[in-house]
Design a protein around this ligand. Sequence first.
Ligand code: 13P
Length: 251
Amino acid sequence: MRRPMVAGNWKMHGTRASVAELTQGLGEMPIPSGIEVAVFPPALFISQVIDGLEGKGIIVGAQNSAVQPEQGALTGEVAPSQLAEVGCKLVLVGHSERRQIIGESDEVLNRKFAAAQKSGLTPVLCVGETLEEREAGKTLEVVGRQLSSVIDAFGIAAFANAVIAYEPVWAIGTGLTASPQQAQDVHAAIRKQLAVKDAEVANKVQLLYGGSVKAANAAELFGMPDIDGGLIGGASLNADEFGAICRAAGN
Ligand code: 13P
């Protein structure tokens, strides 16, 4: 059985004070047994959050990491080996905000994916279509292509140590959530695409849904057979709301 995971992507939010408050709230939150809980603070606050959550059973990840595993002359970047050294376990790769706003290409993302794994981090590969692509009936084609980019470069075995997050771009931060069936359909297609290459890897990989998940809609989404939890943006900035989403995954 796959363990459900609920992960909070804090994006570019927070001050030292608000991060301290949120970290304390998360530390006091009861975590349902059998689920994994993770948070992705801005890089600046990762060490603060790791220290604040020590012994609390919450995994800390990074929102981004460099294209090379080792530290070096690469101004402004953070090496995945540095993230691993301070205690990060996960890193987001290919969030739509980085694909679209920063302009990260599949080629750059592949390098980040490989560098993360080489450093002992588990990449969380984010895929998803825009509204225009969905309306043109291209959802599965777009998501399939984003996934193929990694499979073609590194083989299916790369997904034995990775998480996939399906985040339709039109549902991110908009209050529009994919219906449980819409999300399930894409998750099932992702798992099928992996299963063609390796059924065991496909069956084991955690597939998270992201896009306006909140306490009110989490249980229904997480109840779908191929949805193994969520990647939560806005609602993860409130410990009570995030805690309620975690409980929905635990039921
Ligand atoms: P929201 O939950 O704010 O829609 O963000 C989703 C997301 O992008 C998580 O990575």
